[in-house]
Design a protein around this ligand. Structure first.
Ligand SMILES: Nc1ncnc2c1ncn2[C@@H]1O[C@H](COP(=O)(O)OP(=O)(O)OP(=O)(O)O)[C@@H](O)[C@H]1O
Ligand SMILES: [Mg+2]
Length: 255
């Protein structure tokens, strides 16, 4: 299997007048093409910074970051981004929002737009405006907008963090279907351990100050995965035990 992402000795320091923040310290990570990688870790451990560097939104750092064997100099169509908020333009319809994200040569391709709205089940809402959509629907449009650019790599930064539990589970299943069908490599940042296990082939756990990788765990569960099965819960217990100091885990609250 080819590696789509290769990161060696990545360090990122943010400098301001009187402060230096080591956002990432000596990160080493290799991601095989077609994998689904989950990144978990507390607030401030550099997860978003890492995605921004992989996506070419942040280009000043020390170390090597290669995507498809090349240094990333700027954001490109081959890498899609999905954030916690949908970032749709309120004055454009769903269809026009997707068109807006396309390069010049594809702007008139209505078929491409509708095809991607269909993937997320929203072809009937092409003429609707963002304010007429639920949070889950708006996030689906954001997914369609990213997919329309036919990315090889999709970076998701807490994409379902603001959604209710049921909608979140539905969108996780839709994302898995897209991943299987389109063979896009996906990297998701999440605070939700269940989500990390349900989606990921590998879980990367980071710790803050400075942002470091603590552990990379392979998830050896069969697909489709059950969210409530014994094997899922066994992995969940391992993740807690492996990644946190056991004393810190409130498995049982004592009064
Ligand atoms: N543009 C910036 N300028 C200065 N410091 C920054 C900048 N962006 C991030 N940082 C700092 O780098 C560290 C990592 O930030 P980052 O946003 O990557 O964390 P995160 O893991 O995504 O956190 P969260 O889970 O809260 O989203 C933090 O200490 C943050 O304050
Ligand atoms: Mg973040």
């Amino acid at each position: 299997m080819e590696n789509i992402v290769e990161i060696k000795h990545l360090t990122k320091i943010f400098k301001s007048k009187n402060k230096e923040t080591i956002a990432l310290s000596d990160i080493n990570l290799t991601i095989g093409e077609g994998k689904f990688i989950s990144i978990i870790g507390g607030s401030g451990c550099g997860k978003s910074t890492l995605l921004r560097i992989i996506g070419g939104l942040e280009t000043k750092y020390n170390g090597t970051v290669l995507v498809d064997g090349k240094k990333v100099e700027h954001a490109s169509r081959q890498t899609g981004f999905i954030f916690q908020d949908h970032r749709l333009l309120p004055w454009l319809s769903v269809k026009e929002n997707i068109r807006f994200g396309l390069p010049k040569e594809l702007k008139n391709n209505d078929e491409l737009i509708m095809e991607n709205l269909k993937i997320v089940g929203l072809e009937k809402f092409a003429a609707s405006y963002p304010k007429e959509l639920s949070g889950g629907m708006a996030q689906r449009v954001a997914i369609a907008r990213a997919l329309a650019n036919k990315p090889k790599l999709l970076l998701l930064d807490e994409p379902f963090g603001a959604l209710d539990a049921m909608t979140k589970m539905r969108l996780q299943d839709e994302l898995l279907k897209i991943w299987e069908k389109e063979k896009i490599t996906m990297i998701i940042v999440t605070h939700d351990i269940d989500e990390a296990i349900y989606l990921g082939n590998e879980i990367v756990v980071m710790t803050p100050h400075p942002g470091k990788i603590k552990r990379i765990k392979q998830v050896e569960l069969e697909t489709p995965r059950s969210r409530v099965g014994a094997s899922f819960n066994m992995v969940k217990e391992q993740v807690y035990r492996d990644f946190f100091d056991t004393e810190e885990i409130p498995f049982v609250y004592s009064i």
